[in-house]
Design a protein around this ligand. Structure first.
Ligand SMILES: [Zn+2]
Ligand SMILES: [Zn+2]
Length: 670
């Protein structure tokens, strides 16, 4: 008999790659890295299965070239999780491997074996530790309630208003786990991984802490991975969504902070996984507990709590008796009619800003668009410059004097006149860059900083801005949603949302939920130490019910309203959604494939399949895009449904007329 192994290769193809173990080679264990031939190349893969076959049957198979490490790189539990992700998110195991391992781990030069000279050094922290802060009575109650609920539930949702000190509750729970010799995984959205959080954790946990996210170098990531795998490593991992893929040998608790955050869902490339679902499965497989924390729970998690699937703990008192901010709406229509505007600032907002600056307080201005102006338009023929490769208008950037595509990054110089008719070009709308200009004109003496993707491209930019603002070297901070994430500043008394309308007008069933979460989070930045802050929201739509919820901080009513809508219109959590995204550079061919797939799916799923949708951005980087949505009853056999969908996709893609069309399933899209 010949010994055969199946190998996971970093390829986006659902095929099994089987190789023969040569007679002079010891049999590699499942989870070991091996070097194998693939066409004319040699690639690194991971053994996923062992079996035998009669020698004569194995003759056509190629031989394994090399076993690369003395240890397995992947545990049985990790392989189980990878398989679950591949099944659930309808993608090849190779895609999961590419997402799960640091790139260097797929390098044939790299070895897990002991070789200290080549190991990269990881950051070490001071050994002088601080005591945990004692919990307030409200925090103590939450802490005890969480522990009680963990006796009967595996997952608990902690809903704590902004500035209630959730982090302190987490710290006490982490300390308990570490004392019992357990590991803790603490997940935060990428953007919240600032020194504000890690400093606080370092001061308490010192070198028991490791930070794992995309700004950590690949060499350091692969070293953290190796230490975790060999269990040489500290016990507390703080990381962004990809940290769910690290090996854990005795995980006790997963904390997911800001569980409602969209950035927990990976969009590109596949697997389009949600870190919350993966974390829950990871914990489930090793009997660890999961704590989901947020001020504004996702509708799905709140529903699971209501149904008794999750435990639920509420922390409604702000730290140090801090009051919730007062929310003031400004009707832009009225302001413009009365001509009581200066650029994009209403007179009442300017007056309030002046008062706060005179009191030496700090101000945050929120506008969820970067660049100077979202688009330019010819005043004569109405032409709008668009990206040649994407179906989107180009954003005007003043500093670089360029038009930029926010989808593919392509840039082009600003046209002096209309390229079609020679008419005058005018800018429309406003982004953070323009806001900065306007603030300089309005408050020439104020110290202003801007935080958006354009000002935070270098490694330390983000932290530098936050530190300068914390030290009160900046009076006014202008930013996109980056400024909404869990940051704490003592002197911010006023937060202004320059235009809430863009947030409210998204064509998506989650639009109200998202707008509410974002506005509630940005409001949470106002008011520290003893005084209630104020939030001013400018809008053309002041009667939108979302503002009533916001003004009353009525998260619960907001949820009731949303869940009723979701039930009526058959959206999650009552129905599961699977979107199929089709792409091709030839629009005709794409359309033919989409129509055919749609027809076949409808024969199987009937009215559960929507029409072929042309998304609002229907072309990106020369690829046209169409979408088909399928909504399956939550109680139905979803695995069976996915299998039927995969069969239809395979059938259509095998047709010559559909050659080259790409179909990407997106399970539970957000
Ligand atoms: Zn023109
Ligand atoms: Zn583009």
């Amino acid at each position: 008999m010949a010994v055969l192994i199946d190998v996971i290769l970093p390829l986006a193809i659902s095929a099994t790659y089987t190789y023969r173990v040569p007679d002079n080679m010891p049999c590699p264990q499942i989870g070991t890295r091996v070097l194998v031939p693939l066409a004319k190349k040699e690639v690194v893969g991971i053994v996923s299965n062992l079996h035998t076959s009669p020698v004569e049957d194995s003759i056509r198979l190629r031989d394994v070239l090399e076993i690369m490490d003395p240890y397995t790189i992947l545990s049985d539990e990790q392989l189980t999780l990878w398989r679950w992700i591949a099944d659930y998110y309808m993608c090849p195991l190779g895609d999961v491997m590419a997402a799960a391992l640091p790139a260097k781990a797929m390098d044939r030069q790299y070895t897990m074996a002991e070789n200290k000279r080549r190991r990269v050094k990881l950051d070490t922290f001071s050994d002088e530790l601080e005591e945990k802060k004692p919990l307030t009575p409200a925090q103590t109650a939450a802490y005890e309630s969480i522990n009680n609920q963990f006796k009967s539930k595996d997952i608990v949702l902690l809903q704590g208003v902004t500035s209630s000190g959730k982090t302190e509750v987490y710290i006490h729970l982490i300390a308990d786990q570490l004392a019992q010799g357990h590991q803790v995984l603490y997940l935060v959205p990428e953007i919240a991984l600032t020194t504000q959080l890690t400093d606080r954790l370092q001061r308490v946990f010192g070198n028991q802490l490791r930070v794992y996210h995309s700004r950590v170098s690949d060499a350091q990531r692969v070293e953290i991975y190796r230490q975790q795998r060999l269990d040489e490593s500290p016990r507390l991992i703080v990381g962004a969504r990809s940290a769910v893929f690290l090996p854990f040998s005795h995980l006790g608790l997963v904390i997911m902070d800001e569980e409602h955050e969209l950035s927990y869902k990976q969009q590109e490339p596949a697997p389009r996984y949600h870190a919350r679902s993966v974390a829950i499965m990871l914990a489930h497989n090793v009997r660890a507990k999961v704590l989901l924390g947020t001020a504004t729970p996702s509708v799905e998690s709140r529903y699971n709590a209501e149904q008794g699937k999750y435990g639920y703990v509420c922390l409604s008192e702000r730290y140090q008796g801090l009051q919730l901010p007062k929310i003031t709406l400004i009707d832009l229509q009225r302001q413009y009619k009365r001509k009581e505007m200066y650029d994009h600032f209403s007179d009442p907002l300017v007056a309030r800003m002046r008062e706060e600056l005179d009191k030496h307080k700090q101000i945050i201005l929120f506008q969820n668009r970067r660049g100077y102006a979202p688009f330019m338009q010819c005043t004569r023929c109405g032409a709008i410059p668009k990206c040649t490769d994407c179906d989107v208008s180009l954003t005007f950037h003043m500093a670089s004097r360029q038009l930029v595509c926010h989808y593919c990054g392509a840039t082009t110089p600003v046209p002096a006149v209309c390229p079609h008719c020679g008419g005058e070009m005018k800018i429309h709308g406003f982004g953070t860059e323009k806001l900065e200009d306007e603030v300089h004109n309005l408050f020439p003496d104020a110290r202003v900083a801007r935080m958006d993707l354009d000002t935070t491209r270098k490694k330390n930019d983000y932290e530098d801005i936050i530190n300068a603002f914390s030290r009160h070297e900046v009076d006014i901070l202008i930013g996109t949603q980056m400024v909404t994430k869990g940051l704490h500043f003592d002197d911010v008394s006023l937060v202004a949302v320059l235009s809430a309308d863009h947030l409210l007008s998204q064509p998506d069933f989650r639009s109200a939920e998202r707008a509410y979460q974002m506005l509630e989070q940005v409001s949470g930045r106002a008011g520290r130490k003893g005084s209630a802050g104020e939030v001013i929201i400018q809008t053309f739509d002041p009667t939108n019910p979302i503002f009533d919820y916001l003004r009353n901080h009525a998260t619960e009513q907001m949820y009731m309203n949303q869940i009723a809508e979701r039930e009526t219109f058959r959206f999650p959590p009552f129905h599961r959604q699977i979107s199929l995204i089709l792409r091709h550079s030839d629009e005709q061919r794409l359309w033919a494939a989409a129509s055919l797939l749609h027809t076949r799916l409808q024969q199987v799923f009937g009215a559960r399949v929507t029409d072929v949708v042309t998304p609002s951005v229907a072309k990106v980087q020369k690829m046209f895009i169409r979408q088909i949505n399928i909504r399956i009853e939550a109680k139905a056999n979803i695995a069976k449904a996915k299998q039927m969908i995969s069969e239809q996709i395979a059938y259509v893609l095998a047709l010559p007329a559909c050659k080259g069309v790409v179909v990407l399933p997106d399970v539970d899209p957000v």
